[in-house]
Write a new protein. Structure first.
Length: 176
C-alpha cells in the first residue's frame, strides 16, 4: 500500500510538471520573431505602425489586452475569432456585438484574411480605432503598414513589396 501511494505521488508530480511545461509554452510571448521584427523595422511602414497601431496591438504585434495579435504565431487567422468563445476584451465590446447582431444572419463582418488584399481592405476601412479614425490614414500609409505587418508576421512579400497591383495574389501565410 505504501509503495502504491508513493508511486501515485510520483505520477502526480510528473503530470504537474507536464502541465507546468505546457503552460510555459502557451505563455510564450506572441508577436513578431526577432528576425522578422528586424526586417520589418527597416520598412517605411514601421513608422506608421508605431504611430497608429502599436498602442493597441503591441510594438511587435503581440496583441495587448484590448486588441488581438497581428504578427507571429496564431496571428491573422483566416476567419475572425468567435466573439462568443474568446475571453479577449476586444471582442466583448457591447456596441460591436450589437452591430454584428444587427447584421443579416451569416453576414461577413471581417471577411476572410487570405491575401494581402483582404488585409488591406479590412485595415484601410476599419483601422485605426476608435471608429472616428477608421480610414483616416493615406492609401500609401495603409499599404506601408500592410507590408510591415506581413513581413513582421513572416509571410512572404514580393521583391518590390505588396502593392495594389499584386496584393490579390500575395497569400497570407501562417507565421513559421
Ligand atoms: C484603439 C485601438 C486600436 C488601434 C489604434 C488599432 N487597432 Fe486594430 N484592432 C483593434 C481592435 C479592438 C480589434 C478587434 C476588433 C475587430 O476585429 O473589429 C482590431 C483588429 C484589427 C485587425 C484584425 C485582426 C484579426 O485577427 O481579426 C487588424 C488586421 C488590425 N486591427 C490592424 C490595425 C492596424 C494596421 C492599425 C494601425 C493603422 C490598427 N489596427 C490600429 C484595436 C485597434
Amino acid at each position: 500500500m505504501r509503495f502504491a501511494a508513493r508511486t501515485f505521488r510520483f505520477d502526480t508530480l510528473l503530470v504537474a510538471a507536464a502541465l507546468a511545461a505546457a503552460a510555459g509554452c502557451s505563455a510564450a510571448p506572441l508577436g513578431s520573431t526577432p528576425a522578422n521584427h528586424d526586417k520589418a523595422m527597416r520598412l517605411p511602414g514601421a513608422d506608421v505602425y508605431g504611430r497608429a497601431c502599436a498602442s493597441c496591438h503591441g510594438q511587435r504585434g503581440e496583441g495587448l489586452s484590448q486588441a488581438p495579435a497581428l504578427m507571429g504565431s496564431g496571428a491573422l487567422p483566416v476567419y475572425k475569432r468567435d466573439p462568443a468563445t474568446t475571453s479577449s476584451p476586444a471582442f466583448q465590446d457591447i456596441a460591436e456585438r450589437q452591430r454584428q447582431q444587427s447584421l443579416p444572419p451569416g453576414a461577413d463582418t471581417r471577411g476572410a484574411f487570405k491575401t494581402a488584399q483582404d488585409l488591406f481592405k479590412f485595415v484601410s476601412r476599419e483601422m485605426p480605432l476608435p471608429k472616428s479614425k477608421a480610414g483616416s490614414l493615406s492609401e500609401g500609409e495603409y499599404w506601408a503598414v500592410v507590408n510591415f505587418i506581413l513581413v513582421g508576421h513572416g509571410s512572404a512579400v514580393p521583391a518590390g513589396g505588396v502593392t495594389a497591383a499584386n496584393a490579390g495574389t500575395v497569400e497570407i501565410k501562417p507565421a513559421p
